[in-house]
Design a protein. Structure first.
Length: 287
């Protein structure tokens, strides 16, 4: 039978351990980790994500502050807020919820966040550290995927991992982490040829392309472990439901283990954001 990789269960254990580590950190340094979340605009999905992040921060024992800005906020106003948070010693982690409204520059904001407070792991200095194998703050979704893979498979050495998607947020950092775990890594993208055949070679298949149920069961190597990063809202029978980038029912007949959508990678991403916040706080306090 196919094993279901339960992101909710694994993330709960991560947050439970994190709460213990946070209590020890507070006792040792007399400082409570602080996470500032910035939300611009009225995107419903972003509001849900932010609410969940603030809830998990509280569960981990952090001080969490939420900064909500109007959808018509200009670049100067957002920049000023980020600079204020950069200079606030009680804030150890800064998260600006993406995507931003069209008039705002995401690259500019990512570069503006102090690298040591960049709990998303998107700042160019943190990206470079990840590429060189020396990162403290790792992008949260790839980190969560790695925890799920290691919980499921143990040692990943020598396995062929195929990553579908080459985004800066998931695909590229995912490939870097898999390389560090001694996998053989192939990245598939929109210009790749014979994608189906390449996917079928993967002992590990990570789907992060943002296309609902693109990856069919016939694309999955028998006995593979499948991590589905996608979360797509689709209309079926007049109802909206969430599906991944993998056709779950088909893939589950072939894979040895697979993560569901929802309830897979999503909870892990938030748990890893909390891990990064404690890491950031520890580094800032000890330096």
């Amino acid at each position: 039978m196919t094993r279901l990789i339960d992101g909710k269960k694994i993330s709960a254990s991560v947050v439970e351990q994190l709460a213990l580590d946070t209590r020890q950190f507070i006792a040792e340094f007399g400082v409570t980790p602080g996470l500032a979340v910035v939300l611009v605009g009225d995107d419903p999905a972003s509001h849900v994500y932010v609410r969940n992040k603030v809830k998990q921060a509280t569960a981990a024992g952090f001080n969490s502050t939420e900064h909500r800005l109007a959808a018509d906020t200009d670049q100067a106003e957002l920049n000023a807020l980020v600079e204020q948070l950069n200079n606030d010693p009680s804030v150890h982690g800064i998260l600006v919820q993406l995507p931003l409204p069209q008039q705002l520059s995401e690259p500019e904001i990512i570069r503006l966040i102090a690298p040591e407070k960049d709990v998303d792991g998107f700042h160019p200095l943190n990206v470079g550290a990840l590429a060189s194998g020396d990162a403290d703050l790792i992008p949260c979704t790839p980190m969560g995927c790695m925890i799920m893979l290691e919980k499921t498979l143990g040692d990943l050495s020598g396995k062929h991992a195929v990553v579908v998607g080459r985004s800066n947020i998931v695909g590229k950092p995912m490939a870097a982490l898999l390389l560090q775990a001694n996998c053989t890594v192939t990245i598939v993208h929109s210009r790749s040829r014979d994608i189906e055949a390449i996917c079928r070679q993967g002992d590990i298949l990570v789907a992060a392309v943002g296309r609902p149920e693109m990856i069919k069961g016939s694309w999955v190597k028998p006995g593979a472990t499948v991590i589905d990063v996608g979360i797509n809202a689709v209309e079926q029978g007049g109802k909206r439901r969430l599906v991944g980038d993998v056709a779950f029912s088909e893939a589950a007949e072939v894979a040895a283990a697979i993560s569901p959508v929802p309830g897979g990678v999503g909870p892990m991403t938030i748990a890893c954001l909390m891990k990064n916040t404690l890491t950031a706080a520890r580094k800032q306090v000890s330096e």
